[in-house]
Every structure is written in C-alpha cells, then in structure tokens.
Design a protein around this ligand. Structure first.
Ligand code: SF4
Length: 337
C-alpha cells in the first residue's frame, strides 16, 4: 500500500498506470485531496472498479494532531506520525497570507549549538508523505489557504534530499496546493554538494543558508557541520545557485551576544558577501532555555545592521513570529508533555 500524499503528480500517474488505471485520473485525484481536502479515496466519484483498485493500492496517511499552541502571530502544531514519533510544524500569520514551516526529519544530526531541535539526535528522515501530510493537517485544522512554505523546521532538508524535492514538487503542483516556487524557501546549514544538486534540479526554490559566523574558526564552535564545509566553499555554492537560477540568496545570521555580534565581525561578514546576489537576514536569538547563549542587545543589533548597510550589503531583520509558543527559529523541539 502506498501513501498517496507522498506521490508527486508524475509518480501518481506512473502508479495509476501500474495498477491498470488511466494516468489522467491523477488530474481528478490531485485537486480532490489537496484542494478539496478529501481523505476518503472512495469519495472521489469514480466507478466501483476504479474505487476498489484505488482503495486496494493507496491510502491517505493523515497525521494525528496532538496539540496546537496559538499566539497572535503563529500556531504551533504537534503532530504524531504513524510510528509514534512526534514532529512540529508552524503556521505563521503574515499580512499577505499564511506561511507554513515544516519539519523534514525526526530530530537532527547537525547539532547547531544554539538550536533546540539540534539537541535531539536524528531518529529518521521524514517521507515525502509525512511532509505533505503536515501541510494537509494544518490546512484541514486551520481552514486556511497556505500561500507560502518554509522548509526550515526540525531537520536538515538537504540531508533528506530526495524526499524533500518530492515534497517541493507536490507543494508546487498547480492542480494541488499550488504554492509558487517564489513562495517556497529551503534553509540549509550548508551541505555544499546538495546545494549544487538543488541548483540544477527541476525546482530550485529560494535558498537560505544558515551562516551565523563570518569565520570558519568561530563557525566550527557553534555549528559542527562547519567541520565538513568551509565558508568559502559555501559562498561559492551560493554564487553558483544564484547565477544559475537568478535567485537572491538569504544568509541567516542569529545574533548571539558576545559571540558573533561585534563591529569587526560585521565588517568581516560584509567583506565575505561583497558582490554576491544575496542579503543577510538578521535573527534575534530566541531563548531555548540554554544558558550558554543570550540575544545581543537591540542597540548592538542595530549597529551590526548599520555596518552591513554602509558596506553595501542588503540586510533585513526577521520579525520574530511565534516566540511566545516556542515556535520561533531554533525553538522547535517535539515534546509530548
Ligand atoms: S539549526 Fe537546523 S540544521 Fe542546525 S541543528 Fe537546528 S534543525 Fe538542525
């Protein structure tokens, strides 16, 4: 039995053909399950013989919602997978619509020191079905249309490449959720070979790179993945991605007091990104209960911001959505308490 939520449009056509059904049935099934929210495959209006074949070969693996925590700006969903593991997804409320941030793994092996999710070792990758299932569950429970997708919840998306690229294809398909590539952002801690692979793929979505330090030496102390790939390798990959796809790359930079927030570090960062089609997204550090880090004071964040600006680097400050429900960047961590 195959979970129908894990099939891209093309894979659904192939799967239908394999069971002796017309591939064009995918044109009915896709909108029914993604747009209309139909979960019962016998309610798709097909003749009995087709319905039997569908029900005998496919199922719709809905995720169980354990808990929703809501604030003015974000709702955090704790979802249970069929094997009992739990994951978190967040729906952020923007002026222009609703953006959902999904998890890609149970736990994460990258071990970024400032990230709550990184404290949980990776248990396993999520399937494409479990990722699109997060979108389906949130759409069903909230009743909202999802207009943007952030692939930056728990897990390193490029460490689960094939399933994540299938999920992107599912989310983008016009007869389904129809989320445009420009409204999808994938965030990576910098797995260089996979950045090149994504750059050359069918669906090169927006790319955000978690940089968080202007030197390899410092980066290695807060992001173990920096031992695998140097900043110069990451910048080269980002340059390739940007040129190949005419995309502006986001460099995420979380402000850690006394660690990566000095005037000199702002200048180093500006030098590093000079001439690249990208910008820095400054993120206020959200406490995860770890005493080792605190957020840089506001005035110092503004000074850091000004130095980047003066040196010709585009820079934005991310609105911290969802920190009151521990749904902000770096705070996601599945708990079933
Ligand atoms: S920041 Fe991302 S890559 Fe790093 S530990 Fe957290 S979830 Fe993993």
């Amino acid at each position: 039995m195959t979970d129908i939520y894990g099939l891209t449009y093309k894979k659904m056509r192939d799967a239908l053909e394999e069971i002796g059904e017309k591939p064009s049935r995918a044109d009915v099934i896709f909108p029914a399950i993604y747009r209309d929210g139909i979960t019962d495959l016998s309610a798709l209006g097909f003749k009995d013989e087709t319905t039997e074949k569908l029900s005998g070969n496919f199922y719709s693996g809905e995720l169980e919602c354990v808990r929703v925590l809501s604030s003015d700006t974000a709702d955090k969903y704790l979802l249970r997978l069929s094997d009992g593991n739990t994951i978190e997804s967040v729906m952020m409320k923007h002026e222009f619509g609703y953006n959902v941030c999904i998890s890609t793994q149970v736990g994460c092996n990258m071990g970024c020191k400032f990230c709550a999710s990184g404290k949980l070792k990776k248990v396993r990758d999520l399937t494409a079905a479990e990722m699109s299932g997060q979108l389906i569950a949130i759409k069903r429970i909230s009743g909202k249309k999802i207009s943007g997708l952030s692939i930056m919840g728990i897990g390193e998306p490029l460490d689960n490449y094939d399933n994540v690229t299938d999920l992107i294809s599912i989310a983008m398909y016009q007869k389904g959720l129809d989320i445009g590539a420009k409204h999808i952002t994938l965030s990576t801690c910098g797995l260089v070979p996979k950045i090149y692979e994504l750059a050359d793929s069918e669906n090169p979505v927006n790319l955000a790179i978690s940089l968080h330090a202007p030197t390899d030496e410092l980066r290695r102390t807060i992001m173990p993945s920096a031992n695998r790939y140097s900043i110069s390798e990451i910048i080269e990959a980002a340059r390739y991605y940007s040129t190949r796809n005419n995309r502006r790359i986001t460099f995420e930079y979380v402000m850690l007091s006394g660690i990566n927030d000095s005037v000199q570090q702002a200048k180093q960062l500006a030098e590093l990104l000079c001439g690249l089609n990208g910008y820095v997204n400054i993120i206020r550090y959200n406490s995860t209960g770890d005493q080792a880090f605190t957020c840089t004071p506001h005035e110092q964040i503004m000074a850091f911001y000004d130095i980047l600006k003066k040196n010709g680097i585009g820079v934005t400050m991310r609105r911290s959505l969802g920190s009151s429900v521990s749904a902000a960047c770096g705070q996601l961590r599945a708990e079933t308490r």
